[in-house]
Design a protein around this ligand. Structure first.
Ligand code: G1P
Ligand code: ZN
Length: 542
């Protein structure tokens, strides 16, 4: 029932910021997915008879790869596979299921916020037993195996029925099809004050959640409408579609524009939110105010004890390096640790496991906590709702008060997508080459204090990750960071992160791009963005 198939390596299976992401036609090449999945198994030890969790965000090609992964898990010796009904598990739900059932690990099929469809993106990611993305030493081992692979093992059986919950046997292994929502919804009930949120909603607090035709639809319907009593119709675009309705399932001001416009209107609901393709990102917009993800992290951390799951206080806060320093000020006031990690959720795993951090966040709309080992879109929405239900103030009032207390970190990210790879690498190399000469240099009123290429020393396992982004730090706390994306699938994406700290509450009402104008100009002067990329403006500003 099990067969061994000869294969030859592909040279492009290096996992990026979050697993292996490629266009669907790349994944459809002969043995492409099989090679990668076998390389995952070949780099692991001791899983014989153990449980593997499998699920994905429902995008095009999800079902096909789920079938392959289950049959390969059986042939490689796993004892049990837990798979979400229909092959569905949001990324945070998959993380929770791995933890709850003490699985050996999990395979998460997703390309997150990237578009889906026959010519769009697909992805495979391996998560370890703590429920989080595999650390670099594992992804490096997987990559090494992809370069030498000669055969893979697969059960020679008919396709598995993924649409009926319950157990079935596949080549000596048990496959259990589980409800994708219930374990996750139960976990949320343990963290948040559902009765208080329910009462607040019943009292007329209006919310809207855009599931962007992606995986969070069923989760949001069940939790927000069924369990918390939000008005029917509060959850928009709740049917997950393989191509996300032709949209980019990225909850930002460009791709969730309609939600933004609604929230800025006269008759706006009190609270608007959205999540991405696989359910780990969040967008938070109050009536009349977009809350940047960096600010959201800081505000959630500052108010977290209002939710039962965090009533005992936070152990520490972790943020990725490009994320603004707003959370640092909260940590300082609370007298707890603050950790600055490279981009990518995998770097938070050790800090969470060691109990050093409780809440983590990235400027790229990712926030989460120790409840799972992934970022979690709906979790952030529910923590906001819990805080709003207790404080009974508007989002805008909470934000203003926060800035008055801590100061405001004006923050924006400018993305230049699908730039010629050589031009993008050239830009980064040229910046790197001038790092030593930058301190002391003046650009208008700005003076460079320090410039470096960020290196992370993990305080738990002492691993070192170099070249994680070029930081130009100015006197007074402003900064510009340059990085190349590790998740794009065509050309290169240059990300420029711009931040200014403003302590004076009288200056907290300035338009963000205006507040950052001199830094934006300095970024171009230093890196020659326009000249090297041929672009006059960013593709996406968030
Ligand atoms: C992007 C984000 C990063 C996030 C990752 C996965 O990675 O910037 O914060 O962890 O997606 O969602 P990048 O494309 O910048 O490498
Ligand atoms: Zn995602």
């Amino acid at each position: 029932m099990t067969k061994t198939v000869n294969t030859t390596p592909y040279t492009d299976q290096k996992p990026g910021t979050s697993g292996l992401r490629k266009k669907v036609p790349v994944f459809q090449q002969q043995n492409y997915a099989e090679n990668f999945i076998q390389s995952i198994f070949d780099s692991l030890e001791g899983f014989e008879g153990k449980t593997l969790v499998i699920g994905g965000d429902g995008r095009f090609y999800n079902r096909e790869v789920i079938q392959i992964a289950i049959k390969m898990a059986a042939a490689n010796g796993f004892g049990r596979v837990l798979v979400g009904r229909g092959g569905i598990l949001s990324t945070p739900a998959a993380s929770h299921v791995i933890r709850k059932y003490e699985a050996f690990g999990g395979i998460v099929l997703s390309a997150s916020h990237n578009p889906g469809g026959p010519t769009e993106d697909f992805g495979i990611k391996y998560n370890i037993g703590n429920g989080g993305p595999a650390p670099e030493k594992v992804t490096d081992a997987i990559y090494a195996h992809t370069k030498t692979i000669e055969r893979y093992k697969i059960a020679d059986v008919a396709d598995i029925n993924l649409d009926a919950e319950g157990e079935q046997e596949v080549a000596g292994m048990t496959v259990q099809v589980i409800n994708p929502v219930s374990d996750y919804a139960e976990l949320m009930e343990t963290l948040f004050d559902f009765p208080a949120i329910r009462a607040h909603l019943a009292g007329g607090f209006r919310i809207v959640f855009d599931a962007m035709s992606a995986v969070t639809g069923p989760y949001a319907k069940e939790i927000l409408e069924n369990r918390l009593g939000a008005a029917k119709g509060s959850v928009l675009n709740f049917v997950p579609l393989p191509d996300f309705g032709g949209h980019h399932p990225d909850p930002n001001l460009v791709h969730a524009r309609a939600l933004y416009e609604e929230m800025m209107g006269d008759d706006a609901p009190d609270f608007g939110a959205a999540s991405d393709g696989d359910g780990d990102r969040n967008l938070i917009i109050g009536k009349g105010i977009f809350v940047t993800p960096s600010d959201s992290l800081a505000m959630l951390a500052a108010n977290a004890t209002l939710a039962p799951g965090y009533a005992k206080g936070l152990a520490g806060i972790a943020r990725s390096m490009p994320t603004s320093g707003a959370a640092d000020r909260v940590a300082e006031k609370l007298g707890i640790g603050i950790y600055e990690t490279p981009t990518g959720w995998k770097f938070f795993g050790n800090l969470l496991d060691a109990g050093l951090a409780t809440i983590c966040g990235e400027e790229s709309a990712g926030t989460g906590s120790s409840h799972v080992r992934e970022k979690d879109g709906l979790w952030a929405v529910l923590l906001w709702l819990n805080i709003l239900a207790v404080r009974k103030e508007s989002v805008i009032d909470i934000a203003r008060e926060h800035w008055t207390t801590y100061g405001r970190n004006y923050y924006s990210r400018h993305d230049y997508e699908e730039v010629d790879s050589a031009a993008a690498n050239g830009l980064m190399d040229a910046l790197r080459a001038q790092l030593g000469t930058l301190p002391g240099r003046k650009l208008g009123d700005l003076t460079i204090e320090k410039a470096d290429d960020f290196s992370y020393h993990d305080p738990v396992d002492h691993s070192v990750s170099n070249n994680q982004g070029i930081r130009i730090l100015f006197e007074g706390g402003s900064r510009v960071v340059f990085r190349l994306s590790g998740t794009g699938t065509s050309g290169a994406t240059l990300r420029v992160y711009i931040e200014r700290f403003e302590p004076d509450a009288a200056k907290h009402d300035v338009d963000t791009q205006v507040a950052l104008a001199d830094l934006i100009e300095a970024a171009d002067t230093l890196a020659g963005i326009k000249e090297r990329t041929g672009r006059t403006e960013p593709t996406v500003i968030t």
